[in-house]
Design a protein around this ligand. Structure first.
Ligand code: ADP
Length: 322
């Protein structure tokens, strides 16, 4: 098969960036349904092409929450995707570094998804804001990297492949705890991070592993590749990966075996981890728990809250790996 055909093939496989694990009609679940009047919207935080994220209060406790709603002009498909994302989040309520779903308003318009509030928003915006301010010191970066790996280790153990791990999809809490925060709809906010081929779905080419680009294969090991790109984003305070290269060029570049240049400054352990995440053969890349083992050697501070790594399941899995 020529290279061109391979790409064509990969286009056929990568029909959309909607994770197949989301597909199916979302089940309206009594347990998660919230009455509309229990949510008070305070202000809009971010608006995309078909979604808005607001700050809100959950009544009567007046607990601060993040509320996502679909905008008035959204199409049926967008609404379905919106509820699908919440359905995915329902599965991860016991996850440690995954943003928690609080409830859903699905029977009334506008439909709402209520989540744990992550005050500093997405990691990409946070890192960019840090450029003029105080960039997080290496110890902070290492901890943030460990929290992302911990969220991903939980997803990996749940046999869930994210397919779109990137700094824009990690969320930062006020105390700088980072969690995996988006399951499928960020493309309107950072549209330039995605690549549209014809009328097919948008693909996060710059975060994708060569086997995903080549053959449409997505596994936890391709998530590990993307994790390497997240470390690179952290080290560069959210530069665009492969800056100056067109999407087509990035595609050819990565499937020909090339990698991102290492940034000039980064927390030392990032180098080894980035290299191992970008191993060509997926099976030689580490698992997220192995990445955590590597990070643990360099972090003096432990996790600031319970982690999958230290949970009974995480410990059992680590014993099996040892
Ligand atoms: P959409 O799916 O409509 O694109 P996202 O989930 O991508 O919405 O969120 C858009 C932006 O809203 C994010 O980039 C982030 O800055 C902010 N955001 C998302 N979730 C939260 C949250 N739980 N807490 C605070 N801000 C959030």
């Amino acid at each position: 098969m020529t290279y061109k055909n391979k790409i064509k093939f990969s286009q056929n496989v990568l029909i959309a960036n909607v994770n197949p694990e989301y597909l199916g009609v979302p089940v309206v679940d009594e347990e998660w349904e919230l009455p509309r009047d229990k949510i008070q919207i305070i202000k809009e935080l971010k608006r995309g092409n078909f979604g808005v994220v607001c700050e809100g209060l959950l009544l009567p406790e007046e607990k601060r929450v993040a509320v996502k709603k679909v905008i008035e002009t959204a199409k049926d498909r967008d609404c379905l995707e919106f509820l699908n994302e919440a359905s995915v989040m329902k599965q991860f309520t016991s996850a440690y570094h995954v943003v928690k779903l609080i409830g859903i308003v699905s029977r009334e318009w506008p439909q709402l998804v209520v989540m744990e509030m992550m005050d500093f928003g997405d990691l990409k915006s946070y890192l960019r804001e840090c450029r003029n301010d105080n960039p997080p010191p290496p110890s902070q970066m290492l901890l943030m990297a460990a929290e992302i790996a911990d969220g991903m280790a939980y997803l990996e153990a749940s046999k869930f492949v994210h397919r779109d791990l990137a700094a824009r999809n990690c969320m930062v809490r006020e105390d700088l705890v980072v969690k995996i925060g988006d399951f499928g709809m960020t493309r309107d906010v950072y549209e330039t991070d995605y690549y549209r081929k014809g009328n097919r779905g948008l693909l996060p080419i710059r975060w994708m592993a060569p086997e995903s680009l080549n053959d449409g294969v997505f596994t936890s090991k391709s998530d590990v590749w993307s994790y390497g790109v997240v470390l690179w984003e952290m080290a560069t305070l959210a530069c665009q990966p492969y800056q100056g290269m067109s999407n087509e060029h990035v595609l050819t570049f990565v499937v020909s075996g090339n990698k991102l240049d290492l940034p000039p400054v980064y927390p030392k352990p990032f180098k080894t981890i980035m290299h191992s995440c970008w191993r060509w053969k997926a099976r030689f890349r580490p698992s997220f728990l192995q990445i955590l083992d590597e990070l643990a050697e360099h972090t003096t501070k432990g996790f600031r809250e319970v982690s999958y790594y230290d949970s009974p399941e995480g410990r059992a899995e680590r014993e099996l790996l040892a």
